[in-house]
Design a protein around this ligand. Structure first.
Ligand code: G3I
Length: 362
């Protein structure tokens, strides 16, 4: 007899003893089947910081399951493309706001934040701008107007921006292929002034520098920390640093943790800004995403989110996955068609990776 039944038995005896003969006692037996198991919290419900996903307007418009998954699991979105120069700055006299406005409004309508990605990226300058061959004075004057117009348009709506993305090459040298390096004798000074232009356009927006392999590449991390030091000395505003975290099942976890701790030592907000975990690390055409592989991926995600949770609360900003579903990951084109890097599968079901991500959250 279970404890519940004993208690119920005692209660019954008491009720009988206190009832007069003509009163009818009706017992409603407690249903023995267990109470419905508690519904698992979603990522955004459990996290004490924003959980973001890179999204595309066409997918939000075109697939209701995609939209529902974004709203259900995430509290922040990042435009995978639509808020970059190449998408907005279509000519020297025309801005195309349609897609950026759609995503800003989508976030507002669904009570989500939207992280602005990205104001200055060497890889997203539109061809008409590059072909104009502006000198440094004209170049900066036009970029200042662009930043002022874009950040100003979304003032109070886009509360954080990647002001600059991928300034440094592997090892920490300035990118050779960057148009900024060819135009400016002091590219870091130009970037610092771009942070100033963004601050002036929206004093409340959090301003980030974003790059990849930051926690793995000590040379790049040193260059970033040196830039932050110089920014602070020159009064250039910066609030946070993003490491994209495009990593893999076989990424060395100790190297990751050592670099992450070093990055956090800046004291700035830390954004894991484009998280995805490759599994087909050998780019094999015969790769199979087995349960064992899925479990390894889950453990990698758990390692990363529990590492992030070790940050002081005032340095936590967001963890953003670079995509919503394996079906639309950028990696099938960039890396290999047989790639399954995200938290939801092609049918928007939670993968073991989702459980691992969740388990790492406090
Ligand atoms: O939507 C337009 C279409 O209208 C146009 O006709 C066509 C012409 O090329 O371009 C389409 O836009 C594509 C866009 O994705 C939307 O799908 C661009 O060609 C294509 O270059 C763009 O790729 C994006 C890439 O950044 C370049 O902006 C990827 O989706 C996006 O995942 C990738 O994300 C970057 C981060 O911003 C920075 N970190 C690395 C990461 C991966 O490369």
């Amino acid at each position: 007899m279970t404890t519940k039944q004993i208690i119920f038995g005692v209660l019954s005896a008491f009720v009988f003893a206190s009832c007069s003969n003509d009163e009818k006692v009706v017992f409603i037996y407690a249903d023995e089947t267990p109470v419905n198991p508690p519904v698992q919290a979603t990522l955004k419900e459990k996290a004490k910081f924003k959980i973001g996903a890179a999204v595309k307007m066409k997918d939000l418009q075109g697939e209701v399951n995609y939209k529902n998954a974004v709203v259900k699991h995430y509290s922040q979105i990042t435009a995978e493309y639509e808020m970059k120069m190449a998408s907005i700055w279509t000519s020297s006299t025309v801005y195309n706001w349609t897609a950026a406005d759609y995503l800003v409004n989508f976030a507002k309508d669904n009570n989500m934040e939207i992280h602005g990605h990205t104001l200055i990226w060497y890889d997203s300058f539109p061809d008409w701008f590059k072909n104009a061959k502006y000198d440094s004075i004209a170049f900066e004057a036009k970029v200042k107007i662009y930043i002022t117009d874009v950040v100003g348009r979304y003032k109070g709506k886009v509360k954080s921006w990647d002001v600059a993305n991928e300034v440094f090459a592997d090892g920490g040298a300035l990118r050779e292929e960057s148009v900024i390096k060819t135009v400016f004798k002091d590219p870091i000074g130009f970037y610092g002034r771009c942070f100033q232009y963004a601050r002036a356009a929206d004093p409340d927006a959090k301003l980030f520098y974003n790059d990849y392999s930051v926690v793995l590449d000590a040379g790049k991390r040193t260059a970033i920390k040196k830039m932050v030091t110089r920014f602070k000395a020159k009064g250039y505003p910066i609030d946070g640093l993003g490491d994209q975290f495009h990593y893999a099942n076989d990424t060395n976890k100790q190297t990751m943790k050592t670099g992450f701790t070093d990055l956090a030592s800046t004291g700035l907000l830390i954004h894991i800004s484009e998280l995805d975990i490759k599994v087909n690390t050998g780019k094999s055409d015969s790769y199979v995403f087995t349960d064992a592989e899925a479990q390894k991926q889950s453990e990698t995600y758990q390692y990363i989110t529990s590492m992030y949770e070790e940050l002081p609360q005032n340095q936590k900003f967001a963890i953003t996955t670079w995509g919503v579903t394996d079906k639309y990951t950028w990696l099938t084109a960039f890396w290999h068609p047989k790639e399954y890097p995200l938290l939801l599968d092609n049918d928007y079901n939670k993968k073991p990776a989702y459980q691992g991500f969740l388990a790492g959250l406090k």
